[in-house]
Design a protein around this ligand. Structure first.
Ligand SMILES: *Cc1c(COP(=O)(O)O)cnc(C)c1O
Length: 349
């Protein structure tokens, strides 16, 4: 795995901290948090780890422009735009928003300057979108139905224009991106081996799961490095069946990519999909309560879409007595906090 090209810009290892006040409020088991919201790049998050590998591959391929896609408040897009600026790539983001209609610029329209984008937006850009613009990313808008098509067209146009594009998949979740979380398991196990931390490795790792790269990497890393605990992904937008299948396939492919002979089946992957609420990106009472609880009891910020939902699920499971009192739970904080300041969410949190 050390042979896989990697750029180093994430602040690693991310800290592991105890959450004793939260644990007490919930009358639950011992709680730890792994601070991947502190990976160092432009407010951090799990995509920064993946981008260390993805940008290395882009460089090796002689690419000049990074292209990726996501929702209007995508953390993945924000971190990609920041990493691009940090390493001298151009960046094009294909963004979807439920309010987008056909009047918005298309890939074959005149190239928009970032500042024009700012002024053209009917409402001021906020949260991650504001940051995308500050990092100088070019924005292309698509309806969710046309997102794949527009992404393909955008790539083709950049290719035809000689911009040497490199396509990063949704959420950075391919074998290259997932490799980062294989390593993250090793990083975590090494931290628990240090005498100063004075804790044993957790019985459970719990985190939000969506495009599956994080979970696939964690599961494969556990198998390679001998982590024995449970790895529970709280689904953010997908039925458990679909997400398990996706994670198992990606974990198997990533094993192959790393030269490890391992095969993962759906039953090897733990996913809970009880907390989907009103769908992706819709903040409800569950997320609101979790954001407030973590902030007020520990001074720890969650985000409204991913970690808010996963932490809401986690608190529900703790209250239901799902975990044993003598177990240790590690909440893997995957980032996303700039979304708190998005116009869409700031009144709800
Ligand atoms: C992308 C993202 C996730 C999900 O990670 P996947 O690897 O796509 O499953 C979780 N939390 C945050 C904050 C994210 O931005």
């Amino acid at each position: 795995m050390n042979k896989i090209p990697r750029l180093r810009f994430a602040h690693l290892p991310t800290p592991i901290e105890e959450l004793p006040r939260l644990s007490k409020v919930l009358n639950g088991p011992r709680l730890l948090v792994k601070r991947d919201d502190q990976t160092g790049l432009a407010f951090g998050g799990n995509k920064t780890r993946k981008l260390e590998y993805l940008l290395a591959e882009a460089s090796a391929n002689g690419a000049a422009t990074l292209i990726t896609a996501g929702a209007i408040q995508s953390n993945h897009c924000r971190q990609t735009a920041a990493a691009a600026a940090h390493h001298g790539f151009e960046c094009i983001l294909v963004l979807t928003d439920s309010n987008v209609n056909t009047k918005l610029p298309r890939p074959d329209d005149k190239k928009e300057q970032p500042n024009e984008n700012l002024e053209d937006t009917a409402k001021p850009a906020t949260g991650n979108l504001l940051l995308d613009i500050l990092f100088g990313a070019e924005l292309v808008w698509a309806s969710s139905q046309e997102r794949d098509l527009v992404l393909q067209q955008t790539f083709q146009k950049a290719w035809d224009d000689g911009r040497r594009p490199y396509l990063i998949p949704y959420g950075g979740s391919n074998t290259v991106g997932a490799t980062a979380y294989v390593n993250a398991i090793k990083e975590m196990l090494d931290q628990f081996r240090e005498p100063s931390i004075n804790l044993t490795a957790p019985d459970w790792i719990i985190f939000p799961s969506s495009s599956g790269g994080t979970q696939a990497g964690l599961v494969l890393g556990a198998s390679i490095f001998g982590y024995q605990g449970q790895i529970l992904g709280i689904s953010v937008d997908e039925d458990a069946l679909i997400l398990k299948e996706r994670v198992a396939r990606l974990a198997t492919e990533t094993a192959d990519f790393l030269g490890e002979r391992k095969q993962f089946m759906e039953d090897d992957i733990f996913v809970n999909d009880e907390f989907l609420g009103d769908g992706y990106g819709v903040m409800g009472e569950l997320e609101k309560e979790a954001v407030r609880l973590f902030a007020s009891s520990e001074g720890l910020l969650l985000d409204p879409v991913y970690t808010g939902r996963a932490a809401g699920g986690l608190t529900k499971l703790i209250r239901k007595g799902y975990f044993k009192k003598n177990q240790t739970l590690l909440f893997w904080h995957t980032g996303g906090t700039p979304a708190i300041f998005a116009e869409k969410y700031q009144d709800l949190v």
